[in-house]
Design a protein around this ligand. Sequence first.
Ligand code: ZN
Length: 341
Amino acid sequence: MSESVVASDGAGTAVGSEAAAGSEGAASSEGAVGSEAAIRDAAARIAALGESSPRPAPDPVNLPMIRHWVQAMGDTNPVYTDAGVAPPAMTQVWTMRGLRPAGREDPGDPLGLMSAALDEAGFTSVVATNSEQEYYRYLRLGEQVTVRSSLEQVTGPKRTALGEGWFVTTRSTWYVGTEAVASMMFRILKFRPLAPPVPSAPQDPPVAAADVLRPVVSPDTAFFWEGTARHELRIQRCGGCGTLRHPPGPMCAVCGFARPEYDVAAGTGEVYSYVVHRHPPVPGRRLPIVIALVQLIEGVRMVGELLDIDPERVHIGLPVRVAFDEVDAELTLPAWREDRR
Ligand code: ZN
């Protein structure tokens, strides 16, 4: 959970972005103080409500959800699927609201109430900063879980790299009946987003080689970049069993041999998957760009930019051929072009 972005929006960006920023000017500082007082009032009022009423999990603790979860997490401990014990880290899963909780808004949710108060004051963006969970006992199949939340703390205004904001800390406790089984401290930053960067000018300023993002060249990957400089697309090959692998690494996953060699690829393949990247801006690139995962005829896959193509034309299975983008004397990037053969 920690440091994951829960949501972020660009609403209310420019309007009043200076107003509450602690200016000494009479008019704006009055506004800031007013908004600060309103936030502190809201926080005190919501905290005084104490724990929200219990919100039940939609389903009792059940094996299908446990099985999906341990598979997704790669947790192979058999106790979770054989003995009817739920993974403690799954606690929050039982009471998730779902992707489209339409009509089931929780009017007593303290985080929702505090967020609304901060939205009102212009702190419209949100990022989760940290959380801590404690587990009091294991949950077992068939148990019906409820969750109750309270507002623990609201601190601010703080200046952060994202913009000025308030840290909101809530505590959620999960119960079976009246017995507390787990709890979580959850903290978010509600912030007033900084003004967005000036959009790129319509005349498309020239792209400077100095802006291009550079790969980190390590002893494991140096052969690859030496190859691109010579317009060779090199694939690492295990010096023991001969298995091809990409991206390069120090050791073969098949046989464990640690002295890799390489083959030079034919340089042809097809689009295995792709994205059309339109935002945010990428240093040294004019958007949109197409980034493709290319399936090489040798069997490995590589990520690269697909050049000189209308994004509408790109599709999975599109035949492509390698191209070499000579950024400058030090860097040649592999890229791809449609292979019209
Ligand atoms: Zn090997």
